[in-house]
Write a protein of this length. Structure first.
Length: 283
């Protein structure tokens, strides 16, 4: 707080405005452990769920690649009053080159924005096309189906009716107008950006990845960075009473909202070495 008060003239204190700034600076962003749900995907995985893989993935599993599924959580813990508007997460799989992991599919993406805004607990599952499907209670199915874009309408079903591998049970966020940018399929790096004027309501964001590695790969390295950018309208409003006392440099920073939001973002940056699970050999 002394650093912020140093931008004021004549030692002026931020007073009540300090609470907003303190809440922002003490907000924490952290990753969960990607090893927690790291799962080998096999033909039997899907047969056990009552479905079968399409031919190309079945062939790749038999002769070329091992497929894995993992979730990674990003925990946004805002202090009371702090408001954020954008959460970004980037994952980078290693090694690069000949044995580079390939990302098959990620969730959520732009197509599933409706799920983020639906407000009802939804089971997200992985079907035989290695695509995402959603299960909800029958009372909500019609509403969800009407909201989904045409290409996803067949990917929604009543709970206990969809034949797929369950990956994200009771997926639900308290958001209403989220926008999602998500890229990375077919490469070794993926990226999500979720925008909502009250993104702090997410609490713990869940990201899912299906990736494949050449057969025989025993471990990979993963680098993750996530950051939450503050709502600059909220911050500017809460320091309005002392705005005239701020230094010109700091005033200009607050006026350049996007730049200020990046500079004041709360960040998590981690690396992991992941031991890849192998199929159990029957005794």
């Amino acid at each position: 707080m002394q650093k912020w008060e140093g931008t004021l003239a004549a030692g002026t204190k931020l007073g009540t405005s300090a609470a907003a700034v303190e809440s922002l600076l003490k907000t924490q962003v952290s990753f969960g452990n990607p090893q927690d749900t790291l799962t080998l995907l096999t033909e039997e995985t899907f047969k056990g769920s009552g479905t079968e893989l399409i031919g190309i993935y079945k062939q790749q599993m038999q002769t070329q690649y091992d497929f894995y599924y993992m979730t990674l959580t990003v925990d946004l813990r805002p202090k009371p009053g702090a408001q954020f508007w954008r959460l970004t997460c980037q994952l980078d799989f290693h090694p690069k080159g000949e044995n580079e992991p390939i990302i098959q599919s990620i969730f959520p993406n732009q197509k599933w924005r409706t799920i983020m805004n639906f407000g009802v607990g939804t089971d997200i599952e992985l079907n035989g096309n290695l695509e995402w499907s959603a299960e909800v209670d029958s009372a909500s199915l019609g509403e969800l189906t009407n909201l989904l874009p045409g290409e996803l309408k067949t990917n929604a079903a009543n709970k206990n009716e969809l034949k797929a591998f369950l990956v994200l049970p009771e997926y639900k966020y308290e958001l209403s107008h989220s926008e999602i940018t998500a890229v990375g399929e077919g490469s070794s790096t993926c990226f999500w950006r979720i925008q909502d004027q009250e993104i702090q309501k997410v609490g713990t964001a869940k990201f899912a990845v299906v990736f494949k590695v050449p057969k025989g790969t025993e471990s990979i390295n993963l680098r993750g960075i996530a950051w939450a950018e503050p709502n600059m309208n909220w911050l500017a409003a809460d320091v309005r009473d002392v705005f005239s006392e701020l230094s010109d440099r700091f005033k200009n920073l607050l006026r350049r909202k996007d730049e200020a939001a990046i500079q004041l973002a709360r960040i998590a940056n981690e690396e992991w070495s992941l031991i890849l699970p192998k199929a159990t050999i029957p005794s």
